[in-house]
Design a protein around this ligand. Structure first.
Ligand SMILES: O=c1ccn([C@@H]2O[C@H](COP(=O)(O)O)[C@@H](O)[C@H]2O)c(=O)[nH]1
Length: 232
């Protein structure tokens, strides 16, 4: 069954039981699921298997960032789990990105989409300055997105604030995966470059990654439905 919406729900939970309890309330045709560092570290690959058995596409969001050989081997291991999407950090550089793409090119049969994180949506200009990047997030995102496309990956993770500019500059089929999505009445939490779900789509996002506004809602399935209703 294929998912018909752009929403990816971030399952940021401390154990598999909590993640599976949330997944059981959701419909695999109405959202995909994201397994990140907390859940994967606590529960391992089994949780990915269990989510697959419930019928969900899984985005394995482990943001690999290492020397080319290590990052590529990790991407290969993720592909072997049968995930729908896996990601790395674009700041790992050209040789790391090339190695990760090549390892998937060598696979026969199903391969996951490979995306690269540009600038985390929790960062703003002052944060970049502190780590020696003396430019606006938008400029750094554009630079890393061009590099990612050049290396033949499927897309980038960025804020939907940058989506419009990227859409004009990159190939039409290059995917823009955007966390930092917040409905108008939701708390931004630790996110800085936030955009509403409808605005993100209008800006050209392909996939909206949404965690706490859904997972911390009293009725997560209802929260998802009301977000989907704003998307038209
Ligand atoms: O730049 C990035 C990359 C990844 N994320 C991840 O997305 C979700 C967002 O969760 P919310 O609760 O909706 O804030 C989370 O799992 C992050 O690890 C991101 O936020 N920004």
């Amino acid at each position: 069954m294929t998912c018909t919406t752009p929403v990816i729900v971030a399952l940021d939970y401390p154990d598999a039981a909590a993640a599976l309890a949330l997944a059981a309330q959701l419909d695999p045709q109405r959202c995909r699921l994201k397994v990140g560092k907390e859940l994967f570290t606590a529960s391992g690959p089994q949780v990915v298997d269990q989510l697959h058995k419930l019928g969900f596409d899984v985005f394995l969001d482990l943001k690999f960032h290492d020397i080319p050989n290590t990052a590529a081997a990790a991407v290969r291991a993720a592909a072997e789990l049968g995930v729908w999407m896996v990601n790395v950090h674009a700041s790992g550089g050209r040789r790391m990105l090339d190695a990760c793409r090549e390892v998937l090119d060598q696979r026969t049969g199903e391969r996951p989409l490979l995306t690269a994180v540009t600038v985390l949506t929790s960062l703003e200009q002052e944060d970049l300055l502190e780590v020696g990047v003396d430019i606006e997030p938008m400029v750094q995102v554009q630079r890393l997105a061009r590099l990612t496309q050049d290396c033949g990956l499927d897309g980038v993770v960025c804020s939907a604030r940058e989506a419009k500019a990227l859409r004009g500059a990159l190939n039409d089929d290059f995917l823009l995966v955007t966390p930092g999505i917040r409905p108008a009445d939701a708390s931004a939490d630790d996110q800085k470059r936030v955009v509403s779900p409808a605005q993100a789509l209008e800006n050209g996002s392909n996939y909206l990654v949404i965690g706490r506004p859904i997972t911390r809602a009293e009725l997560p399935a209802v929260a998802l439905d009301s977000i989907l209703a704003t998307l038209g």
